[in-house]
Design a protein around this ligand. Structure first.
Ligand SMILES: C[S@@+](CC[C@H](N)C(=O)[O-])C[C@H]1O[C@@H](n2cnc3c(N)ncnc32)[C@H](O)[C@@H]1O
Length: 289
């Protein structure tokens, strides 16, 4: 019967069989570490359908065979971009930012932050606003290395232009200080001011890559709402590689549903979804005093 849940292929103009879906899951896991759940079938179909149509193909099997035949093809980038989830927002998980402000205010050296899943830029620009507020003119020396695997998301971050309705959720003070409102053809949009974009360096980085090409000495690493897409083994490996990149008192910020305590001994919980290196003397006041 058409549309039956057990049907081998989705009843659409393109053919995606169960085998094709499993192959997609395997390929995106190998390439980006992303574990795609069984119920993501429809999502995979609709996101990759655009790629098949672009290449005038009707069979997923043919599209996937082409990918596999050409490990260096540009299409891998489009395949990966299509399967990532870029959901983000300015000051998402707002409790992290006052903590970051306190942390950097205490630092005397130029501040360096790594935002490891920067998506379309709302997160690194929220960090940049926090540094401006906490450090004043000293923020100019700060650097926010912002990386993501998704080149389309990075291009949006580079553009630094956002729909006004997203920006209207921020306080009036922040809107005035950090955004330029568009006029004419750009009405309904707002651009991040150059004082902030100057702090943010955007580059592509796959967290699975054997070499990240990053210097250490970060005051903080933001790795929020990405580990949830990886399996425990991948999470553990990434956490291990964060350790030498953080300053001894550095902080690791995780997403709201991510818990690293059971995955790595190298970090211990410092506050709500914020971690510090376990090798440091505890920053918590002793309860037994
Ligand atoms: C849900 S968004 C989270 C964005 C932001 N950190 C936040 O919390 O709002 C996840 C991001 O991780 C990126 N991503 C997925 N796999 C990745 C990988 N292997 N390496 C680096 N980034 C990856 C996606 O492209 C996406 O932009």
């Amino acid at each position: 019967m058409a549309g039956s849940a057990t049907s081998a292929s989705l009843e659409r103009d393109l053919t995606m069989t169960d085998t094709d879906f499993d192959r997609v899951r395997k390929l995106i896991y190998q390439r980006a570490g992303i574990v795609l759940a069984e119920h993501k079938r429809e999502m995979v179909y609709s996101r990759l359908a655009r790629r098949l149509r672009h290449h005038k193909l009707t069979l997923f099997s043919e599209y996937l065979a082409r990918l596999e035949r050409q490990p260096d093809s540009k299409e891998w980038e489009a395949f990966t971009n299509a399967l990532t989830t870029n959901l983000t927002a300015f000051f998402r998980e707002a409790h992290h930012f006052p903590l970051l402000a306190n942390h950097v205010a205490a630092s005397t050296a130029p501040v360096r932050i790594w935002c490891a899943a920067a998506s379309t830029g709302e997160e690194p620009y929220s960090i940049a606003m926090t540094l401006h507020e906490a450090l004043g003119t000293r923020a100019r020396e700060a650097r926010i290395v912002s990386t993501d695997i998704d080149t389309e998301a990075l291009a949006k971050a580079r553009e630094a232009v956002y729909p006004l309705e997203q920006v209207l959720k921020l306080s009036e003070a922040r809107r005035k200080q950090f955004f330029l409102r568009g006029g004419g053809a750009r009405a309904g949009l707002a651009r991040i001011r150059p004082e902030l974009t100057a702090l943010v360096e955007l580059r592509q980085l796959n967290l699975l890559a054997p070499n990240w090409g990053l210097d250490g000495g970060f005051d903080a690493i933001f790795c929020r709402n990405i580990m949830i897409y990886f399996d425990k083994q991948t999470q553990a490996k990434i956490l291990e590689r964060f350790v030498p990149l953080l300053k001894p008192n550095g902080l690791l910020f995780a997403g709201h549903s991510e818990n690293f305590s059971y995955i790595s001994q190298a970090f211990r919980l410092r506050g709500q979804t914020v971690y510090e290196l376990a090798s440091q003397p505890s920053s918590r006041p002793s309860a037994s005093r």
